[in-house]
Design a protein around this ligand. Structure first.
Ligand code: ZN
Ligand code: ZN
Length: 154
């Protein structure tokens, strides 16, 4: 025969004398140091897509959530009305900035690699790996920005 937590009304199995849900003991005394075993939040649902308002119910009320990608200017949103997760559109100025900065990184990296090749210094070519990485990042930024700009507005 189990018992019922006086604080949260959770049904507790007999061998335990404290509530697994809130830490309150059988006599109703709360445990201030109690932390739930399943403390980490459940993973957020995948984004339902890019939208300025909730795609499910049209609500503009939301709470921000940490985005998955690194190339985002606005955090994802969880609709406070229905719990739907969606991604706000990337502003066009941000996309333009990405293309410009990305192009500069790409061109700078290419120029740097070419300069190292021209000087023929083997050691310099090896350290040029970082240039390639910068160039790659620039390329990713440009691609992302162009994709956002090509998307029809609204
Ligand atoms: Zn409880
Ligand atoms: Zn909603």
């Amino acid at each position: 025969m189990g018992w019922v937590c006086q604080s949260c009304r959770e049904e507790i199995e007999e061998p335990f004398d404290a509530c697994w849900n809130c830490g309150t003991d059988r006599a109703g005394r709360p445990d201030s140091a109690f932390r739930r075993a399943d403390e980490p939040d459940p993973p957020p649902p995948p984004s339902a897509g890019v939208s300025a308002v909730c795609p499910a119910c049209g609500s503009v009320e939301y709470r921000p959530i940490r985005p998955d990608g690194w190339v985002t200017y606005a955090p994802d949103r969880i609709c406070t009305g229905c719990g739907m997760r969606y991604t706000p559109p990337t502003p066009r100025w941000a996309a333009v900035t990405l293309v410009l900065v990305g192009s500069a990184m790409l061109l700078g990296a290419v120029a740097s690699v070419l300069t190292r090749l021209a000087t023929g210094n083997l050691l310099a070519i090896v350290t040029g790996v970082s240039d390639v990485l910068v160039g790659l990042l620039g390329g990713i930024a440009v691609r992302y920005g162009v994709r956002v700009l090509r998307r029809p507005a609204g």
